[in-house]
Design a protein around this ligand. Structure first.
Ligand SMILES: NC(=O)c1ccc[n+]([C@@H]2O[C@H](COP(=O)([O-])OP(=O)(O)OC[C@H]3O[C@@H](n4cnc5c(N)ncnc54)[C@H](OP(=O)(O)O)[C@@H]3O)[C@@H](O)[C@H]2O)c1
Length: 479
């Protein structure tokens, strides 16, 4: 235990109140470290530092800023193993997944460093042989609030575009997974990031996050988390007319057509649902399979799910770690109980926590497959953020798409087929921010990502995200 501090103005800083809170290992329940329990004044101190750093940082060229992102990515790559061990210990995911996530941080920073040299706008020809110019200006101090499910990757989705565009940032990590984010901020300093450009404040969401949303000196907030929190945040941010990006919950459908490669669709569903113990915004949360292949598909799916090895993310050969925290695990157990008690589906495997000394203290839950799902089941209505996969049999693509779209969410969706016609219909008619064909959950930084309806507002990643971190300014010069 090293008692990590907040990262403000390039320094490790305790909370002004001196209070701290613990971070536990989800696999063992053991306390692994403590971090400062910041409050509103700590956020204001971080905003002071961000404001002061902004003038100089925004006056550097995007290319210079990009170089620091490149260097940061390089150091992160060199220290992947240590960072991944830390991430597994606070988040719970298997080491292999943690390593991929750390690499994802480096990939994203490299992507934004790569586009830094091409961030420009143009001249606009006007009447009488005059020209107008469009300048792209950074917004100022930005805020970022991230959840615990993929904290490292999501940090890069906010830090990369905000900083390359010339803004400074106050970031609040989730209280159950703040440690790797703090370590990464320190690495960025080592890579040459000036003091105050990136500040990380730890503490309760309803205190730190709320102040980030309300503080009038923060001109934009990018939030990733629950839909209910996002709605509250948008309201809180409205008083200062802050720009808001919201990346919220999802209930992604996956459609398996009768002409799909069955093995690929089984592997895809298992990875799409049980990766990160089912705690991914774009996880497969409802699966629709054509009735002509349903029996065979479900049989293979069942066998594969039942063979998954659950355990401590640091143990060899583990496919699925614990859930991140007790509250999430208890919620998933409650969902399974509701399904059982109301006869909302048939639980083919899982539906309980694993038993034995290795599982006593951690927040484990078995991978669960449920068929014969009632149309109005909780599994169809709510976002289920854990390892439960409900499968619904449909007669054809029309029914699958109608059922898939019958949700308040619209984050991701996928269609599994060898037919270009099925694929095209799926891409056109599925209502979501992204549709995959024969894959699910891959989100490269090159493509804009975000949801529609209750899944959010605005986009992250891709060249398009730069619009969300800059103001356009028109200039007319009269010679
Ligand atoms: N669309 C996407 O890209 C995407 C990606 C990943 C996850 N998600 C969604 O995130 C959700 C899971 O994350 P979660 O349970 O951590 O969400 P959450 O409870 O909304 O928390 C997310 C972040 O917001 C903070 N927070 C909590 N209450 C707040 C408040 N009143 N004001 C401001 N900030 C507040 C939390 O701080 P504390 O930790 O201190 O409570 C945390 O840092 C799922 O719905 C998932 O689908 C979406």
């Amino acid at each position: 235990m090293i008692a990590m501090e907040m990262f403000i103005n390039g320094k490790a800083v305790p909370a002004r109140s001196g209070k701290r809170f613990g971070v536990n290992n989800p696999a063992t329940g053991d306390l692994i470290d403590t971090v400062p329990a910041g409050d509103i004044d700590d956020v204001r101190g971080a905003v002071d530092a961000s404001e002061e750093a902004f003038e100089k940082w925004s006056a550097t060229t995007a290319r210079e800023r990009g170089k620091i992102l490149f260097r940061s990515a390089q150091i992160v790559r060199d220290r992947t193993k240590d960072l991944a061990v830390l991430l597994t210990s606070e988040q719970g995911k298997p080491f292999r997944e943690a390593r991929d996530e750390v690499q994802g941080f480096a990939n994203t920073l490299e992507y934004f460093a790569g586009i830094s040299a091409s961030l420009r706008t143009g001249l606009v020809p006007l009447a009488h042989e005059r020209y107008g110019a469009v300048l792209r200006k950074p917004i100022g101090v930005c805020g970022a609030i991230i959840p615990w499910n993929v904290p490292v990757l999501l940090m890069s989705w906010k830090v990369g575009p905000a900083l390359v565009a010339g803004n400074t940032l106050v970031l609040k990590p989730a209280s159950t997974a703040p440690l790797t984010c703090l370590r990464l901020a320190d690495i960025m300093k080592e890579a040459g990031l000036p003091a105050g450009v990136l500040n990380v404040v730890t503490g309760r969401g309803d205190i730190i996050g709320d102040e980030i949303a309300r503080n009038p000196r923060i001109r934009k907030v990018s939030f990733t988390g629950k839909t209910s929190t996002g709605k509250h945040l948008m309201e809180a941010a409205s008083a200062s007319l802050k720009r808001v990006t919201l990346e919220l919950g999802g209930s992604d459908p996956m459609i398996v057509c009768d002409d799909a490669d069955l093995k690929a669709a089984v592997d895809g569903a298992v990875r799409g649902r049980f990766y990160n113990c089912g705690q991914t915004c774009t996880a497969v949360k409802r699966l629709f399979v054509f009735e002509s292949i349903a029996d065979e598909y479900i049989r293979h799916l069942h066998a594969k799910i039942a063979s998954l090895k659950v355990g401590n993310g640091m143990a060899d050969g583990v496919d699925m770690g614990p859930m991140n925290n007790r509250k999430q695990r208890d919620r998933i157990a409650e969902v399974a109980e509701t399904v059982r008690a109301n006869g909302e589906g048939k639980i083919l495997c899982g539906g309980e926590a694993p038993k034995g000394p290795d599982f006593d203290k951690g927040y484990f839950y078995l991978p669960t497959l449920i068929t014969d799902v009632a149309p109005d089941s909780i599994l169809m209505r709510e976002e289920i953020f854990g390892p439960i996969l409900p499968v619904v049999v449909v007669k054809d693509l029309d029914e699958a798409i109608e059922r898939a779209n019958d949700t308040v969410y619209g984050l991701g969706s996928s269609i599994w087929t060898k037919s270009i016609e099925h694929a095209t219909i799926g891409c056109e008619r599925l209502k979501s921010g992204i549709t995959w064909v024969n894959q699910h959950t891959k989100v490269p930084p090159d493509l804009p990502f975000g949801g529609i309806k209750d899944s959010g507002l605005g986009r992250e990643n891709g060249l398009e995200v730069i619009d969300q971190y800059t103001e356009l300014k028109s200039v007319l010069i009269n010679p």
